[in-house]
Design a protein around this ligand. Structure first.
Ligand code: ADP
Length: 631
């Protein structure tokens, strides 16, 4: 039997009060003795009365012994152990006095009465001891039950059919049903239990391991739902048969609500931060194909939040030119179980373009079930700003080119004027040859051929100038750097001559082509040539010369060098030379070198400057050859 059940069924109040009174307080011996004397005197009188009545009724010794035994059992039930033993001895004396011959004396006439008296003594003492043992057991059970009532946790015992056998004060407080209302009811019906797993699974675990714990939802008698952290322990008898389940539980409703509120507020902050940073998050289970998006990701892709996100859905919006790259990048990454990080464009239903940057990290904790966690950033504004900047830069470059053309106007006029003058001269000669008698057609043909040649030369010069003034510069194409140099020489030759600067050109034969924008590279060279000429303007103390050279660097790059014998670079200015708007010239814009550097950078090359040993400065541009670029 399980002690707890017994304790719960009985109403022990009078019993407890009497037992408490009878249990002498050993800390106060006088109190103990007083109670012992009182009980003993009362018992002695009661037993004396019983003896006298039995004597008067003429009962024999055996009948009287039975009655005395009953009296001793009753006294043992309510009295202390010490007093009960004392009264056993008193009972033996009474039996001897009233019923053992000669009666009304304590003498014993027949020896055979002695065993009978001894038997009574032993029986009464044994009963007293037994009653004491049972009483102590009962008191322990009461104590245990009282302790279980002290805890705030619920303590419930139910049998294997779920019938409630014990229901502590904590359970009364928690659920609102009194003991008498709950005991005998089926627990999960009474509390409308909702389980995190099925009841069968929980019972299975309980029977296998002897324990189960989990969070249950119970309903109070007023209908309120509570989240209870519940722990079950199985009680078995000596044969191992399951007898009952002890359920203890505590209310975690407030904690759960606080956790939920925290989770909700964290989710709100996260969603707001994602909205502000235009960054959505996603999860992609490659194994199952399942895709999970945050609110912001739906917003970025401009899909309804109720749509189930899939990779195919994303592909519907990917820019047609980016679809293949998108598929390849994601396909390669998932095949090799690698992270991915790339940019692609979306075309939205209204035709708008969005630039997205996606980064994803492969979760390697479950190698069989590959999945990614990632972020997708809307970088449209940044890309648009970059495009605008690029546009502004090329516009500025064009303006400076046109400005340079203005500075070169004398040279250009001379360049165009020369073939025109030659055409006029040849035309006049042709007329003269035609007027001769007889006319000289061969001379005329030669003259016309010269005119055509000069006309072509003039057209070519005009074409170059128009190209330089054009708004959009052409695409990068394979071109020889020597050709670029020749183009620029023809445009600047006159300028060089008018400043009386000897020009030395040394072009390396068999120079590998570079991938370049002809106009932009011409602009670089024109800037360097014009700066060189200007740097030598006031120089009189030493020989002046401008040299343009092409060649190969030891590591196979193509090199363009412009060397002057001017004033050289002031070391204080060296750091800022390539900065925009840095100029030491009274009417300088300070954009020339800055544009040169951005052009050379965009060609994958480098531009540097150093002072010559004797006089002047050298600007050197190094560009990768086409073969290297392609590799
Ligand atoms: P700008 O010619 O309008 O001043 P640049 O960017 O072309 O703008 O040149 C910036 C400055 O670099 C010039 O003002 C000048 O001080 C210096 N510089 C450029 N080229 C040379 C050179 N060959 N020799 C000496 N100084 C130079």
């Amino acid at each position: 039997m399980i002690p707890l059940f017994q304790a719960s069924h009985r109403d022990h109040r009078w019993w407890e009060a009497w037992a408490r009174w009878m249990r002498a307080d050993l800390a106060h011996p006088s109190d103990f003795l007083r109670r012992l004397a009182l009980g003993w005197a009362g018992g002695t009188i009661a037993l004396g009365v019983i003896g006298l009545v039995c004597y008067k009724l003429g009962l024999d010794a055996v009948a009287a012994e039975s009655i005395f035994l009953i009296a001793i059992v009753l006294i043992s039930l309510v009295g202390s152990f010490t007093m009960s033993i004392g009264l056993c001895i008193v009972a033996v004396l009474y039996i001897d006095f009233f019923f053992i011959k000669p009666t009304l004396t304590f003498d014993i006439q027949y020896k055979q009465d002695i065993p009978a008296l001894l038997t009574f003594s032993i029986a009464s003492l044994a009963i007293t001891g037994l009653v004491r043992h049972v009483r102590m057991l009962g008191e322990t059970q009461i104590e245990q039950a009282r302790l279980l009532d002290l805890t705030h946790d619920t303590v419930i015992v139910r049998d294997m059919d779920g019938v409630i056998l014990f229901w502590n004060f904590g359970a009364e407080e928690m659920y609102g049903w009194r003991k008498r209302e709950a005991i005998g009811k089926i627990i999960h019906t009474l509390l409308k239990t909702r389980f995190p797993v099925s009841l069968d699974d929980a019972t299975d675990t309980l029977l296998r391991t002897g324990r189960w714990e989990g969070e249950l939802i119970h309903t109070r008698c007023d209908g309120t739902e509570l989240v209870i952290a519940s722990r079950w322990s199985l009680q078995r008898n000596g044969n191992g048969r399951a007898l009952a389940t002890l359920e203890t539980g505590n209310d975690v409703t407030a904690r759960k609500q606080a956790e939920q509120a925290l989770r909700r507020s964290q989710a709100t902050y996260l969603a707001e931060a994602q909205r502000l940073s235009r960054t959505g998050s996603f999860g992609w289970n490659v194994w199952s194909g399942e895709v999970v998006w945050s609110e912001q990701t739906f917003r970025i892709f401009e899909f309804d939040p109720h749509v189930v996100p899939t990779l195919e859905l994303v592909l519907q919006r990917v820019h047609p030119e980016d679809v293949e790259r998108f598929r390849n990048t994601i396909g390669d990454a998932s095949t090799h179980k690698q992270d991915f990080d790339f940019e692609f464009r979306l075309v939205l239903p209204d035709g708008a373009i969005k630039y997205l940057h996606v980064v994803a990290h492969v979760m390697k904790d479950e190698p069989e079930r590959l999945h990614y966690a990632g972020a997708v950033m809307d970088v449209t504004e940044a890309r648009q700003a970059e495009q605008q900047l690029h546009h502004a830069q090329s516009e500025l470059a064009r303006v400076t080119r046109v400005t340079t053309l203005g500075e070169l106007s004398a040279s250009i006029a001379h360049e165009v004027g020369q073939p025109l003058a030659a055409i006029v001269t040849s035309g006049e000669a042709c007329l003269r040859w035609l007027e001769r008698q007889p006319p000289e057609p061969d001379e005329v043909r030669a003259g016309v051929m010269r005119m055509v040649g000069e006309g072509r030369r003039a057209t070519e010069i005009v074409r170059r100038i128009r190209t330089l003034a054009r708004k959009d510069t052409g695409q990068k194409v394979p071109l020889g750097l020597n050709d670029v140099v020749n183009d620029v020489i023809s445009l600047t030759q006159r300028e060089v001559l008018s400043h009386q600067v000897p020009l030395r050109v040394r072009l390396a034969p068999l120079l590998p082509p570079v991938l370049g924008d002809r106009v932009q590279l011409q602009q670089v060279l024109i800037n360097l040539v014009m700066n060189g000429i200007q740097a030598m303007d006031g120089v009189t103390g030493w020989a002046r010369e401008l040299s343009i050279e092409t060649g190969l660097t030891p590591d196979g790059n193509v090199r363009l060098t412009v060397r002057d014998c001017g004033t050289g670079i002031d070391p204080h200015h060296a750091e800022r030379l390539f900065d925009a708007f840095f100029s030491t010239k009274p009417h300088g814009m300070g954009m020339g070198l800055s544009i040169c550097r951005s052009i050379i950078d965009s060609h994958g090359g480098k531009i540097k400057v150093f002072n010559n040993e004797a006089h002047g400065a050298t600007f050197q541009c190094v560009l990768p050859p086409l073969a290297k670029e392609a590799a």
